[in-house]
Design a binder for this molecule. Structure first.
Ligand SMILES: Nc1ncnc2c1ncn2[C@@H]1O[C@H](COP(=O)(O)OP(=O)(O)O)[C@@H](O)[C@H]1O
Ligand SMILES: [Mg+2]
Length: 331
């Protein structure tokens, strides 16, 4: 697995994001580092509220600033530091070379335009940014082709439909089609299909994986479904309270998790094969306006040492199995 600065398609380094609200500053991301190699499937997992969506939005340039502020870090995509590109150049990449599959199929589509109109707008916008000329007929052909790729029956009819006429699963397929329209190299998906029933969600995830594999795309997927991660991801990053605390090839992470938080997370997965029972992780994530001075997990960690409460452990750089934990360093 290729990672780090050694040619990853996307490298996020020490990304820090704060939110200013009601006169208080919440340090929501505090040193997020992750790598997505070309043509690999990378999963980002972690409890709700740990900053996964903020990370995705920061990568895509979709944070509203203010209240958000990117205070440190780098987001390198295909050699460009996105945080230092001119807005126009950045916009030229986001939505084209990298694009996002949105989470909630019920609210991510505009109810007053047909699917075809919305897809045409995305294509026209990208064509303008890239200085590409395409006729209306060419755009229409592209839309029909992509709707077919996401296995929509009768794409012509779907293009003429309004979102209200489609089921949740079909709307999620439309959102995937929209993300594929401009032939991205990186697809970012934030818990796709979580608003759907489990069977439809499983179909959506399978479709997404097949599409990504067939096209040789990289996929960065947020999910809290560790079963899916184990089955499909090449590489996993585990986030806790605004930072990546462990990164590893998926098989290595499941075989021998190193960070106490990752271990606790894996213990939470109920075992269907009997014996296992569901346990939560004791305690709650920290208040982002006054996080603990050392490791952010220390207050919930049964193995915490005095040092863990005073100094934050560093997250080593590299492509292999890594954990930001004093225990691992001491081992
Ligand atoms: N616009 C915002 N203003 C203030 N705080 C925010 C905003 N968006 C997200 N946050 C905070 O950032 C933290 C991480 O949120 P998020 O990235 O959505 O978590 P996740 O996707 O991992 O569930 C949460 O505590 C949330 O309250
Ligand atoms: Mg989220």
């Amino acid at each position: 697995m290729n990672g780090a600065a050694s040619g990853a398609l996307l490298s996020v380094r020490d990304l820090a994001v704060t939110f200013d609200t009601y006169g208080r500053t919440a340090q929501v991301l505090d040193g997020v580092s992750l790598d997505v190699p070309a043509r690999r499937h990378v999963a980002l997992v972690g409890e709700s509220g740990c900053g996964k969506s903020v990370t995705m939005r920061a990568i895509m340039g979709l944070l509203r600033e203010p209240p958000a502020r990117v205070t440190a870090g780098e987001i390198i995509f295909e050699g460009h530091d996105l945080l230092r590109l001119k807005p126009r150049a950045r916009m030229g990449l986001c939505g084209t070379a990298m694009s996002m599959v949105f989470q909630d199929p019920m609210t991510s589509l505009n109810p007053v335009f047909t699917i075809g109109d919305q897809m045409r707008a995305i294509l026209a916008h990208a064509d303008r940014r890239l200085g590409r000329r395409r006729s209306r007929a060419e755009r229409h052909a592209r839309i029909i082709a992509v709707l077919g790729q996401v296995r929509m029956p009768d794409p012509e009819r779907i293009a003429r439909a309004w979102p209200i006429m489609l089921s949740g699963g079909m709307r999620q397929r439309v959102l995937i089609a929209m993300a594929l329209l401009n032939e991205p190299r990186l697809l970012i998906a934030d818990e796709p299909g979580t608003a759907l029933d489990v069977t439809t969600q499983a179909q959506i995830l399978r479709l997404l994986r097949e599409l990504v594999q067939a096209r040789g795309l990289a996929l960065l997927m947020i999910t809290h479904n560790l079963g899916v991660v184990r089955e499909a991801a090449d590489y996993v990053h585990v986030m806790y309270a605004g930072a990546v605390v462990e990164a590893a090839p998926a098989a290595a992470l499941f075989a021998a998790p190193r960070h106490p938080y990752t271990r606790a997370l894996l213990d939470c997965v109920p075992m269907l094969s009997g014996g296992g029972r569901f346990r939560g992780i004791d305690g709650a994530p920290p208040d982002y306006t006054s996080p603990p001075p050392g490791c952010r997990f220390a207050p919930r960690c049964a193995a915490a040492m005095p040092r863990c409460r005073t100094a934050p452990p560093a997250f080593p750089v590299g492509p292999d199995h890594r954990a930001a934990c004093w225990l691992v360093e001491a081992a």
